[in-house]
Write a protein that binds this ligand. Structure first.
Ligand code: FES
Length: 177
């Protein structure tokens, strides 16, 4: 597509009035300057918008790191002896509609996360054969040990559930923000 001047010249060809096209004398507007200004404005807007998004995300990440875990009533998840290594147990926490998963890692350590994907809230599942947490909606992938996104569109880690062992049983006792 040509510039505005080129398009105007096609519509009103060769109508000179004292060295100007007729339409230019009727509408004395500085089109070139206008295009330059628009591009500069657009570029400025893009820079400010990206900077604001970056600062907002950094602020939320800091907030998440320093806010204490939200305590809720402890809920028993399973007997420790019943969960083999490299296996996941799905449960609901903190509310009856909130899907969550407990993993026993290869090392024997337990971790638990909300199943809600931090991209657009689909459910995340443990894929044992690939040792990853996977969201099928847009192929988001999270690290099993940390819940941090490692592939796909998600940029924030999964919400982590605080665990506590009591006797031979494992309990969920809070959700990290
Ligand atoms: S909703 Fe999980 S990757 Fe998009």
């Amino acid at each position: 597509m040509g510039s505005i001047n080129e398009i105007a010249n096609q519509i009103y060809p060769d109508e000179d009035v004292q060295g100007q096209k007729q339409w230019e004398s009727e509408f004395p507007y500085h089109w070139d300057a206008d295009e330059l200004t628009s591009r500069r404005d657009l570029l400025q807007f893009a820079v400010y918008a990206s900077g604001t998004l970056f600062l907002g995300t950094a602020f939320l990440a800091l907030l998440r790191r320093f806010l204490p875990s939200k305590k809720t009533a402890p809920r028993e998840i399973a007997r420790i002896a019943d969960i083999p290594r490299d296996e996941a147990v799905y449960f609901h926490y903190p509310g009856p509609e909130d899907q969550a998963m407990l993993l026993r890692l290869d090392s024997g350590r337990f971790v638990a996360y909300s199943q809600t994907c931090t991209h657009l809230s689909c459910s995340v599942y443990y894929q044992k054969e690939k040792n990853r947490l996977f969201c099928p909606c847009h192929e988001g992938v999270f690290d099993t040990r940390t819940g941090v996104p490692i592939a796909g569109p998600p940029v924030r880690p999964l919400s982590r559930i605080t665990l506590q062992a009591n006797g031979d049983r494992l309990y969920a006792i809070g959700v990290e923000p």
